[in-house]
Ligand binder design. Structure first.
Ligand code: SAH
Length: 264
């Protein structure tokens, strides 16, 4: 009996399970991370494609089921971890298997979509590509461009570090038990970014504490001002944080990081 508290909603439609595995374009012996394998519907397709799957499932009954079901692959191409994805230390686990990067392919538990996304993004050095099914509205928010109604902090957060694509929708009737919402396969492709996300978030938050002050004043008070900014950023030194786009913030942040590194 599926457990509600773990958002156990299994993707039972074989065509869609295949479509996800195909879209993820898994190659022979490629390492895949699967969060919440459930009864192994997707796991099975990934193994068929020749992948090595590291699957993290919180429910110990399902873990037992999976070890029986896939006993032939166990500890050869399927590695099962009975734990809470949000609690585990990814670096430790990946080091144990000698993994430096892996593709995430998962039909995740929807009640923890945001924390899962945050954990993946905060650990993005491991994750060049992510394929996850999420609630359709969440996928729409992630991919929304500025100016759209769905555009918001989630779009900004994700798209700072990944290009995002809504690959296709999956009707609710393809799941068991049939949920209240439709789903979409979301694809995230890591951008080449060097800054640390937390530093950037902290930086933007600090600027916003003085949302009525001009950028020039704020940068001076933070010890980041350089006369070279006058020509580089003359478009927005007299503006206030509330009127800057994320890309403006990123430009300023990069320069400020450079100044910080020179000082050190
Ligand atoms: N991928 C499967 C199951 C999806 S249901 C399929 O497509 O059919 C979501 C799964 O995530 C369930 O098996 C649930 O037990 C598991 N799960 C829920 N919370 C979790 C967590 N914090 N860490 C790991 N797995 C979790």
């Amino acid at each position: 009996m599926p457990r509600r508290k773990h958002s156990q909603v299994f993707l039972k439609d074989v065509n869609y399970v295949r479509k996800i595995a195909e879209r993820a374009d898994v190659s022979e012996r490629e390492w895949i991370l699967e969060i919440g394998p459930g009864r192994g519907n997707l796991t099975s397709e990934l193994l068929k494609a020749g992948a090595r799957v590291l699957a993290i499932e919180i429910d110990s009954d399902l873990n037992r089921f999976l070890s029986d079901q896939f006993s032939l692959f166990l500890n050869d191409r399927l590695f099962l971890i009975n734990d809470d994805f949000l609690e585990i230390n990814l670096a430790d686990i990946f080091a144990r298997y000698g993994i430096s990067e892996l593709k995430t392919v998962s039909n995740i538990p929807y009640h923890i979509t945001t924390p899962i996304l945050e954990k993946l993004i905060y650990n993005r050095n491991f994750f060049p590509e992510i394929y996850i099914t999420v609630q359709k509205e969440v996928a729409e928010r992630v991919v929304a461009p500025p100016g759209r109604k769905a555009y918001g902090s989630l779009s900004v957060f994700v798209n700072l570090y990944y290009d995002s694509f809504l690959e296709f929708n999956i009707p609710r009737s393809c799941f068991y038990p049939v949920p209240e919402v439709d789903s979409s396969l979301l694809r995230l492709k890591r951008k080449d970014v060097v800054e640390d996300l937390r530093d950037f978030e902290h930086f933007v938050r600090r600027l916003f504490r003085g949302r009525r002050k001009k950028i020039r004043t704020l940068l001076k008070s933070m010890g980041y001002y350089s006369p070279s900014f006058e020509s580089k950023f003359h478009d927005f030194l007299d503006k206030r944080p509330e009127s800057l786009s994320i890309s403006d913030f990123k430009d300023i942040f990069r320069e400020c990081q450079a100044i910080k590194n020179e000082i050190q």
